[in-house]
Design a protein around this ligand. Structure first.
Ligand code: ATP
Ligand code: GLA
Ligand code: MG
Length: 535
């Protein structure tokens, strides 16, 4: 028998952030909200389109399962990163924000006995069925690129939170609207939504349970999703899951990983600007290119940290998630020795004096560990392919980018009050945006994670009125984010349509262009929405 839950008094509406957000971080007790109205999830401008989309999702669910009640919908959004690229896995702060585009998983708790059936509204992703009895022992095969691996990662995350959890039968319909491989973190949104769906279903099915509220706290959801997403074969950091779960409407999120996870919402104190996301439409599949792109960068930055510690006599570094030392660990170790960040950058240049990079044999010498040891520790779970490690350029990017995040956050915290007029605000916005452009330059030149199309959009953006522009997310394709004057935003979008999309993709539909480029605003993070929601 389907069970109904009364959510007439939701635990949180989600429309205004819980107070602990403004007290310097996200409290350990803040549960993922259960929401009963779409207006508590989406902004006014996004609501009409979302109402329609949710309506179609519910209708499709009813077509698939005419006799089943929709128990709840788990939702987690994508994110755009304003500043702080490829530094989360070195444990430096980053500044993303959640976006409107999200992954929804409509769930009926019950259905096919002992099974989870996964349907996807996107025909690229065929239906999959899992035996619940096998889930505890299921190993995710990271060598294959299989969409349901991201769901299984969510299952693993849920079981890591409660190994004794009794997962009930579930019928699920997934509707993700974050373009995949576009730097807007469709993967983490999907993993977080999956994990949330499982823990909520477990709570809903528990004997005597009268509600599925408070199934998981936000920090637990983030931490387990971060670790479990790595099962798909990408050694990612924690930025995407943090933004997806902790997102607060109208705020960017300063996410700190050191000494522990903390997310602090920061309001924008200027008004006359908009963020525009423009997707290159170059798909950057991190799972597929991991060995030469993402996972290789994690190895390069980790080995750079270990070598600096060894060469500068810093002693063993704290290990991040069982993988290796971090550049944050190096900075902290130098700090207690009275060496500031400029001093650390000098050490990087001294220790890694070879601009052309380092072979594995040279790395063996620098680190004082054998080739077998290095390969086993750093390159086996996440295999990589390389000729030379670029320790110098990668480490300098990370340290400089971490400084840019600090400066950006300081500027956000101290608003243009000292300017006070529109000219002042423009000056302020230009200064803020120039930090973003500097980040792009560094991603392109030092971290080598840009591509011709990203560079082209950034140049077009700067030439057409953006105050600043940069790639966002992992790079090697995917999206850009530009800070533009509010009154020029619509014109700016039109201009990129003509100069980039229509030029490179003649005949592209208006719908595809509108999916690729949009004015965005910071959105609410993960939520559970009741099956009988209202608008
Ligand atoms: P980035 O990590 O750079 O921000 P991303 O998360 O979109 O971008 P990937 O980490 O490579 O890119 O993850 C993309 C993969 O996530 C897809 O290939 C697909 O397997 C999975 N995925 C994302 N959204 C969905 C969805 N709605 N349905 C099925 N699978 C999805
Ligand atoms: C991906 C990863 C994140 C982060 C970014 C780059 O999105 O999932 O952890 O490393 O790339 O900043
Ligand atoms: Mg991803």
């Amino acid at each position: 028998m389907p069970r109904s839950f009364d959510f007439s008094t939701p635990t949180s509406t989600g429309s205004s952030p819980p107070s602990e957000f403004f007290e310097g971080g996200v409290g350990a007790s803040s549960f993922v909200p259960v929401i009963s109205t779409l207006s508590a999830v989406y902004s006014k401008s996004a609501l009409p389109a979302q109402e329609q989309r949710w309506g179609s999702l519910v209708a499709s669910f009813k077509r698939l399962y005419p006799n089943e009640e929709l128990t709840f919908i788990a939702r987690s959004p994508g994110r755009v990163n304003l500043i702080g690229e490829h530094i989360d896995y070195s444990l430096f702060d980053v500044l993303p924000m959640a976006i409107t585009q999200d992954v929804l998983i409509a769930v009926h708790v019950g259905g096919s006995e002992g099974k989870i059936v996964l349907n996807n509204a996107d025909p690229r992703f065929p239906t999959r069925t899992f035996n619940i009895a096998d889930l505890k022992d299921t190993e995710i095969d990271a060598t294959v690129h299989e969409w349901s691996n991201y769901f299984l990662a969510g299952v693993k995350g849920a079981l890591s939170l409660n190994p004794l959890a009794e997962i009930p039968s579930m019928h699920c319909l997934i509707d993700g609207r974050i373009p995949t491989g576009s730097g807007l973190s469709s993967s983490s949104a999907f993993v977080c939504a999956s994990l949330l769906a499982i823990v909520t279903a477990v709570k809903a099915a528990a004997p005597g349970s009268e509600s599925f509220a408070n199934a998981v706290t936000k920090p637990d959801l983030v931490q387990s999703a971060v670790v479990s997403e790595r099962h798909v074969g990408v050694n990612s950091g924690g930025m995407d899951q943090s933004a997806s779960v902790f997102g607060v409407p109208g705020h960017a999120l300063r996410v700190q990983f050191y000494p522990e996870l903390k997310a602090t919402p920061i309001a924008f104190q200027a008004d006359e600007f908009a963020f525009v996301i423009a997707n290159t439409l170059v798909v950057a599949d991190k799972h597929v290119t991991g060995p030469i792109h993402y996972n290789l960068r994690v190895v390069e930055t980790t080995l750079a940290a270990e070598i600096l510690a060894k060469q500068c006599g810093l002693g063993p570094l704290p290990i991040r998630d069982g993988f290796g030392g971090t550049l944050r660990g190096v900075v902290e170790a130098f700090k207690v020795r009275g060496v500031d960040i400029a001093g650390v950058m000098d050490k990087v240049k001294q220790v890694f004096s070879k601009q052309e990079g380092y072979t594995l044999a040279e790395t063996v010498q620098l680190l004082g560990q054998s080739e077998i040891e290095i390969t086993q520790k750093y390159m086996t779970r996440f295999p990589v392919r390389f000729e030379r490690f670029q320790f110098r350029a990668r480490a300098l990017h990370v340290l400089e980018e971490a400084e840019r995040v600090k400066k950006y956050c300081e500027m956000l915290n101290h608003a243009p009050a000292e300017h006070g007029d529109i000219d002042g605000e423009e000056k302020y916005l230009r200064a803020l945006a120039s930090i973003m452009t500097a980040s792009h330059t560094s991603c392109r030149d030092l971290f080598d994670c840009s591509c011709a199309q990203l560079d082209e959009i950034v140049s077009l953006a700067l030439a057409n009125g953006a105050y600043g522009s940069r790639l966002s997310g992992a790079g090697w394709g995917g999206a850009t984010v530009s800070l533009v004057p509010k009154d020029k935003a619509v014109e700016f979008v039109q201009c990129l349509k003509k100069e980039y999309y229509l030029k490179h993709f003649p005949g592209i539909s208006e719908e595809k262009i509108n999916d690729a480029i949009c004015i965005t605003e910071p959105a609410l993070g993960s939520a559970v929405v009741v099956g009988n929601y209202s608008v």
